[in-house]
Design a protein around this ligand. Sequence first.
Ligand SMILES: Nc1nc2c(c(=O)[nH]1)N[C@H]1C(S)=C(S)[C@@H](COP(=O)(O)OP(=O)(O)OC[C@H]3O[C@@H](n4cnc5c(=O)[nH]c(N)nc54)[C@H](O)[C@@H]3O)O[C@H]1N2
Ligand SMILES: Nc1nc2c(c(=O)[nH]1)N[C@H]1C(S)=C(S)[C@@H](COP(=O)(O)OP(=O)(O)OC[C@H]3O[C@@H](n4cnc5c(=O)[nH]c(N)nc54)[C@H](O)[C@@H]3O)O[C@H]1N2
Ligand SMILES: [Mo]
Length: 763
Amino acid sequence: MSQQRFPSLSHWGAFHAVVESGRLLRCDPFPGDTHPSPILQSMPGMVHSPLRIQKPAVREGWLRQRAQSDRAARGSERFVEVDWDTALGLVAEELARVRSAHGGEAIFGGSYGWSSAGGLHHARTLVQRFLHGAGGCVGQVGNYSWGAAQFLLPHVIGTFAPVTGRVTDWRNVLAHTQLFLAFGGLPMRNLQVTSGGAGEHSSAAWIAQAAQAGIEFVVISPTRADMPEGVRGRWIPIRPNTDTALMLAMAHTLVAEGLHDAAFLRTHCTGFDAWKRYLDGAVDGQVKDAAWAAKVCGIDAATIVELARACARQRTMINCTWSLQRAHHGEQPYWASIALAAVLGQIGSPGGGFAFGHGSINGAGTPRPDVAAPRLSAGTNPLRRNIPAARLADMLLHPGEAFEFNGQRDTYPNIRLVYWAGGNPFHHHQDLNRLLRAWQKPETIVVHDSWWTPTARRADIVLPATTTLERDDVGGSSRDRYLIAMKQAIAPVAQSRNDFDIFRELAARLGCESVFTEGRSEAAWVRHLYAQTAVDWERAGCAMPSFEEFWAREQVVLPEPERHMVLMEAFRAQPEQAPLATPSGRIELYSQAIAGFGYDDCPPHPAWLAPHEWLGAPAARRWPLHLISSQPADKLHSQLDAGTLSRAAKVQGRQAVRLHSSEAQSRGIAHGQLVRVHNERGGCLGGAVVDDTVMPGVIVMSTGAWFDGEVGALERHGNPNVLTADLGTSRLTQGCAAMSALVDVEPWIDAAPEVRAYATPVV
Ligand SMILES: Nc1nc2c(c(=O)[nH]1)N[C@H]1C(S)=C(S)[C@@H](COP(=O)(O)OP(=O)(O)OC[C@H]3O[C@@H](n4cnc5c(=O)[nH]c(N)nc54)[C@H](O)[C@@H]3O)O[C@H]1N2
Ligand SMILES: Nc1nc2c(c(=O)[nH]1)N[C@H]1C(S)=C(S)[C@@H](COP(=O)(O)OP(=O)(O)OC[C@H]3O[C@@H](n4cnc5c(=O)[nH]c(N)nc54)[C@H](O)[C@@H]3O)O[C@H]1N2
Ligand SMILES: [Mo]
């Protein structure tokens, strides 16, 4: 049999699917991609995995008793396979029942999750479009990635666009930046991925050029592994969640030594005087000088002073990874980094100022016209009812209770039916033991996925979805220059169907098919999304071929704009004529709006607020290690966890737990040994990796191991979210605070329990 090649796209890069006899053999990276991701290797095994959901399946108890079933049996009870007609009938009836008895406020369709690449077959968008067209649902606003930044930055700089990657572009950085101060570092592993997919891994290529150009990198992070290879640089270890103290002390030093840009602070900022009073100790009696910060963040005072002076001496770009704000009080380091950049006065000048997201995602700062990638519209939710994304368990556990969010007060709805497609809450949510309890509240849970994920196993009705390789689509990302033809490479595996078709049929049963499809078939939608994108891209100077030609050529590439993008360039040049969209039109170092909310957990200026758990807290005597649960190198979140690359990195079949040799020695832990990581919220097993790139007092466990536990029991596979705390960053932004968790580790000497995360629950 001859091999065939089909272009396709994943969040971890563009590739050609190589197919023989209807099976995916391998994924060859696109030829133009200089830094392709090895994650591609895991795809063939996963696409044809025994973990694929073969047929629609219904939990035994739910099939018998529907909404009266024993909800505590979710996750342990078996599933019964049914035919599509039966399954769709059950889902449509249940949706209609809940809607007529309790209204759309009882249906949760937030369905947070990354889904897969492709503008049409984006599962989360599809479930929302379907539920919006069927009368509405409760949705989620914000995200787990940069939820704190999304709702803070508009108060400070009038927009959250910079956190999405619209920052001073890399050409400009290469030409002008002398010092790149990287809070959270530049972990190369994260640059494999961009939401929507990447035709090229541009960030890795730019960092390689920055290394050649001799830019100096200073990486502030709990692990030296966040320093990219080859760059001229220095690692300064920092106690997790204390970056704000360091930034405040740097700003204090600059002002005390007269190295601040008084003119910029006067003409482009508001509130400097109020903030300065805080720095000087007039507010709380504590001067925020280097000696004070040293005690908080563990970096000696001389280093702090020297770093502040180095920033003032040269053109400095200050970047924060997203991880800094995925922590309790995560607003503060972001606000403080902008304030520090304002004190330096380089904002809006070539190669200077602040940035976010370098080191978090591929494509931040890629020179690219600001035009959208193809994406089906989710329509509008007629109910306009939302919760902040990460308040999921609070909502399920506390219907009717009030919550605060960005100056508003609202109450949690009473959810009877949860519909999830394209996300894995038993991956992404914090304190999974708490989520397990919350998950027992709804009467019915419907999930579409391609695999028996931990969330699918804990649903009532499970519908098998195709993967990207089983359907046509057109894909791209707003951080990447490529538009990619995604061609169906293999037939749908087993009885799986496209999410689009599942929702179309459900919409037909509920009498709203034409709202969902607008009269277009899958093929017509792919063409339509291409045509929509073409209009925007033409305007940005890209010659767009006809759809047929695009499909034959497999890609279109946006040209790099001639002008460098410099963040806030126009505002710097003419602050009166090009004001920011803040109330004052300037950078707000003190926000009257936030002051008006009166939140004690988010004061009106950048401030040091101790997180609820950190190494300086009294609780650190009992739980002396700070847990960093970072993104996995060998997969995307929980996607492809059962793939070859991910499995190869496990230690005795569990997630690696990285810790310094001194911490291992004092606990009698040997490299490669099983350990139990635990705190008040729960415990999990992991495999010890003794690693002196991690500073003492810290352990690093990547996320992504498929959750393998029951309420209150030891999690067997190494999912750090049994340890993290489920609390909002603050009442202002209600983001996810996964990074603020204390734990301890001990050797596991008992027999190792079997990992059951990859068993299928079908009768
Ligand atoms: N402790 C801790 N927790 C974290 C984080 C952290 O740093 N630390 N990070 C957080 C962040 S930033 C994020 S973004 C979240 C990520 O959380 P999620 O986005 O929920 O994680 P994924 O594993 O990407 O889940 C996507 C799911 O969609 C399914 N899927 C893929 N394609 C399709 C399709 O075509 N159709 C259907 N129906 N399903 C499909 C996949 O199989 C998978 O189950 O995790 C968050 N959780
Ligand atoms: N391979 C791969 N890449 C990914 C993803 C993936 O799942 N796999 N997920 C993508 C997604 S959805 C997102 S949102 C981004 C997330 O991007 P980030 O949130 O930036 O990623 P993390 O890996 O959580 O953290 C980056 C680094 O921050 C450091 N860090 C943690 N806490 C602190 C702190 O308090 N202070 C300082 N100074 N440093 C700290 C850690 O050492 C870590 O290596 O990654 C994206 N990239
Ligand atoms: Mo994310």
